[in-house]
Design a protein around this ligand. Structure first.
Ligand code: LIP
Length: 272
């Protein structure tokens, strides 16, 4: 039997998201290897109080930008260290990257930091990849295709009460000590335990992986959380409309948790 060309279906072309997902996963691993190499003899500078920069942050972001330009010419990149926001509309398409999230941990040899790479379409995370080189854990998500860690499907917890919950409360000097302490007190008063471990991205990965019930921060930047919020939503958790509210350009309040905890945690974080 002969087959006409019409009978031979073309091989299914990977979707644009699948292509970018595969690219980001391989790149995140290369970035992690670079960061591990750069850790020896680290040069550390300060961007401000409790805000450090290392030459590794810059080297990793340069690698990301170089690889994106080669693989996807014309794609816009916004990065924590080299910016790029001015070229991207709030509802635009871009790569949003944090070359090393948890830089203070990285700079002091505390083993909790990661590479965060996200691809946004129409201003919303569509592909998210985190690589934790210390534990060799690769987290990935594409919109509508679930959240994964090293090939294992991730599912957020079903916790629906603050009493007994564990929440990571991210901190920076971008909000006042009184504001932070007020939220910490409210969590403790509600019977929740709180922690702060210095990497918003890995805090979000823990929510997606069912290791923590929520991650909240009064102000976080888009590059810190773009990949992590997609992991949480694809793992069945809930996230506030961070990227609808100018998340690309100005950052802001982030609440990400199990579906059952979301309303209570959002109320606690927004209660003046
Ligand atoms: C960190 C964030 C974290 C925040 C830290 C710091 P960086 O990002 O992931 O949420 O609480 O202060 O901003 O600066 O290490 O990339």
């Amino acid at each position: 039997m002969t087959h006409s060309t019409a009978d031979r279906m073309p091989a299914p072309q990977p979707s644009a998201l699948a292509t970018r997902l595969d690219f980001a996963q391989a790149l995140a691993r290369r970035c992690g290897e670079l960061a591990l190499r750069e850790a020896a003899g680290l040069q550390i500078s300060s961007k401000g109080v409790h805000d450090v920069l290392t030459q590794a942050d810059l080297a990793v972001e340069r690698l990301i930008r170089q690889e994106v330009a080669q693989a996807f010419p014309g794609d816009r990149v916004i990065g924590e260290e080299m910016g790029g926001q001015e070229a991207v509309e709030a509802d635009g398409d871009c790569w949003l990257v944090d070359p090393i999230d948890g830089t203070a941990n990285y700079a002091t040899d505390i083993p909790r930091w990661c590479i965060s790479i996200a691809w946004l379409q129409a201003g919303q995370p569509a592909v998210g990849v985190l690589f934790d080189p210390v534990l060799n854990r690769l987290y990935s998500a594409a919109a509508g295709s679930g959240a994964w860690q090293d090939g294992r499907r991730l599912t957020a917890r079903t916790t629906d009460r603050l009493a007994g919950a564990t929440v990571e409360l991210g901190w920076s000097t971008r909000r006042t000590a009184q504001q932070y302490l007020g939220r910490a007190a409210a969590l403790l008063t509600a019977g929740a335990a709180f922690t702060r471990r210095g990497s918003g991205a890995l805090g979000l990965a823990d929510v997606a992986a069912g290791r923590c019930d929520g991650y909240a921060e009064l102000h976080i930047n888009g590059w810190d959380c773009a990949a992590g919020v997609l992991l949480v939503s694809e793992a069945g958790g809930r996230v506030n409309p961070f990227f609808t509210n100018q998340g690309i350009h100005s950052g802001g309040l982030l609440v990400a948790s199990t579906a059952g905890l979301y309303d209570a945690l959002l109320a606690l974080m927004t209660d003046q």
